[in-house]
Design a binder for this molecule. Sequence first.
Ligand SMILES: O=c1ccn([C@H]2C[C@H](O)[C@@H](COP(=O)(O)OP(=O)(O)OP(=O)(O)O)O2)c(=O)[nH]1
Length: 189
Amino acid sequence: MGLVRPRVFHDIQAWLYSIRLLHYPRHVAESVEVLITASIVPRYAHPGDAGADLHSAEELVLAPGERALVGTGVSIALPDGYAAFVVPRSGLAAKHGITIVNSPGTVDAGYRGEIKVSLLNTDQTESFAIAVGDRIAQIIVTPVSRAAFIPVDRLPDSQRGEGGFGSTGVRETGTGRQTAGSPMSGDTP
Ligand SMILES: O=c1ccn([C@H]2C[C@H](O)[C@@H](COP(=O)(O)OP(=O)(O)OP(=O)(O)O)O2)c(=O)[nH]1
C-alpha cells in the first residue's frame, strides 16, 4: 500500500521541482520508427508533446459550417500493433472553431495511402482560409491491443454497471448539491 502524505508535502515537493532543487521524474518513452513519405515531415513542437503537427498539402477556404477532406502529403507505414490518431489542434478549435468531423481519425497499420483530415469549420459567420504548409491537425502514434472477443451469456458485475451517458451528473457529489445528471438505466436512485 502506498504511503499517504499530507497535501503540504506535495506542495513543497512541487515548489522544489519548480526551483530545480529536486529533479522531476523523467520517463523517456521508447520511440518507434515509422517509415514515411511526406512533403513536410510531421514534427513534435516540444519535448513531451503527444502529437506531431500535420500540414496541409492544399490551399482552400472553409466557409462557415463547411467541411472538406484535406490532404497532408503524408503516407506512413506503421509497425503492426500500432495505430495513429488524427486529432484537432486546440488553438484552431478555440480561435476559429476548426475541428475534425471524425476525430480521432484512425490510421491503420496497413494503410499506405495519403493521410487526410476531415476538417469542419464550426464557426457560424467566419470563413477559414488554409494555405499549403499550414498546420491543420496533429497525429498521435500509439500501440494498440487487438482484442480477442469472447462471446458469453452474462458479463461479470462491475461497480459502474450499466450507468453511463451522464449517469454521474455534472456537479461534484458530496457537496450537498443536487447533481445535474438525468437518471439512466443502471443509476442508483
Ligand atoms: O482521419 C482519417 C481517418 C482515416 N484515414 C485513412 C487511414 C485509415 O487506415 C483509412 C481507413 O479509415 P477508417 O477505417 O476509419 O475508414 P472506413 O470508413 O472504415 O473505411 P474503410 O472501409 O476503408 O476501412 O483511412 C485518414 O487518412 N484520415
